[in-house]
Design a protein around this ligand. Structure first.
Ligand code: DHB
Length: 389
């Protein structure tokens, strides 16, 4: 088959890109390895920056986000004996919205279905070809075992760090940082014990109290990389969360509840440059990975797509290549900002075995919580810089 833009990957980046291209009158086809059910159910982050929310509104995707998303003015920072609220709205005039990636993916999937979008799920052996020419194409094997081919003017890799697109860029520069710890994350059917997220430093390790709705809590614990999840019973998890989040501190209590999902997530920083080679463009995790602290991954993918959609519309509709030529450099400015912020939040909050590190972390936390300049720096990055930063 033939289309203007072949998109590899039907996660939030690929779905949103095809939506924005459709609005600009550009046709696309998406191929995806997983099933639609899998893509829509996989648990990921749940915090949307103001610019992500604004973009979804402008794109006509704000209805359920408005009714079910929960606006937060800021976050709490906690360490033994102390809890401080940072009010992002007061500090920088922007907040964040709690809305699970699962919900956003469902909204995007429905909008694509309503527009008659071609999305081919459960394909295997996806490969991208001839991206250095103006006739690139994507090959795959469909769920029925039939070989398929999409001829396009442009191919976009929204297929994450394990997808085939990334490897189609020859000799990229790459940067990577691995961390000695992972996150053990749970979803629990219990009302959150807090109105806004709590990021907690504790000698036993970092803990985070997040949420998905008024009845579903999402919580994380720092654990050593390589942790066997079977060593963590639900009771042990709730006990560790209570200790690290400050149960009993100033009368605050953590209410445990039934755990419905439990997994260990590795943490990594990774950037690949350039994000464009010939007629192949990368967006989201295909080009960069951030550790989850600060919830930047999804927002960064949305920011890539917000730049890429108008760039491709100008290239394909108006034969105007300037934005497409600038895409990689422009996107990477924000990528590196978020890479730094995610690393900064991660290293401020996760304990190592080094007592010197612990003193620096506590000093940094006290400064962020008590200095207007320190707090505003965190708030500006967390609530998100404007698209095009
Ligand atoms: C969530 C994840 C994060 O990494 C974060 O910083 C805040 C919230 C979440 O999954 O809810």
């Amino acid at each position: 088959m033939r289309t203007q833009v072949a998109i590899v990957g039907a996660g939030p980046a690929g779905l949103l890109l095809s939506h924005l291209l459709d609005e600009a009158g550009i046709e696309s086809v998406i191929v995806e390895t997983r099933s639609r059910e899998y893509v829509e159910a996989r648990i990921r982050a749940g915090i949307l920056e103001q610019s992500t929310v604004d973009l979804l509104h402008t794109a006509g995707l704000g209805e359920r986000l408005d009714s079910e998303g929960d606006f937060h003015r800021g976050i709490y920072l906690n360490w033994p004996g102390e809890r401080h609220h940072l009010d992002f709205v007061d500090l920088v005039g922007r907040g964040v919205t709690v809305y699970g990636q699962t919900e956003l993916t469902k909204d995007l999937g429905r909008a694509r279905q309503a527009s008659g979008q071609r999305i081919l799920y459960e394909v295997t052996d996806t490969a991208v070809h001839d991206v250095a020419t103006e006739q690139p194409f994507v090959t795959f094997v469909g769920p029925d075992g039939q070989a398929g081919r999409i001829d396009a003017e442009v191919v976009v890799g929204c297929d994450g760090s394990f997808g085939p697109s990334r490897a189609a860029i020859p000799d990229p520069a790459t940067w990577e940082r691995t961390y000695a710890y992972s996150w053990l994350g749970i979803l629990a059917d219990v009302a959150p014990s807090t109105d806004e997220l709590i990021y907690a430093w504790h000698p036993d390790g970092f803990a985070l109290h997040s949420m998905r709705s008024a009845t579903v809590s999402r919580l994380y614990l720092q654990v050593p990389t390589g942790t066997d999840i079977t060593e963590w019973s639900d009771d042990r998890i709730w006990d560790a969360l209570a200790t690290r989040l400050g149960h009993g501190q100033d009368g605050w209590t953590l209410t445990p509840g039934p755990v419905t999902e439990k997994s260990v997530l590795p943490m990594r920083s990774f950037v690949q440059q350039p994000m464009r080679y010939g007629r192949l463009f990368l967006a989201g995790d295909a080009a960069h990975i951030v550790p989850p602290t600060g919830a930047k991954g999804l927002n960064l993918a949305v920011a890539d797509v917000a730049l890429l959609a108008p760039a491709l519309a100008a290239l394909l509709r108006d034969k105007e290549p300037a934005l497409a030529d600038a895409y990689s450099e422009t996107a990477l400015r924000r990528v590196w900002r978020c890479t730094h912020f995610s690393w900064w939040m991660t290293t401020m909050l996760h304990t190592s075995d080094d007592p010197f590190d612990a003193q620096l972390q506590l000093s940094q936390l006290r400064w962020v919580a008590s200095s207007g300049a320190g707090a505003a720096g965190l708030a500006e990055n967390y609530a998100g810089l404007p698209i095009g930063y």
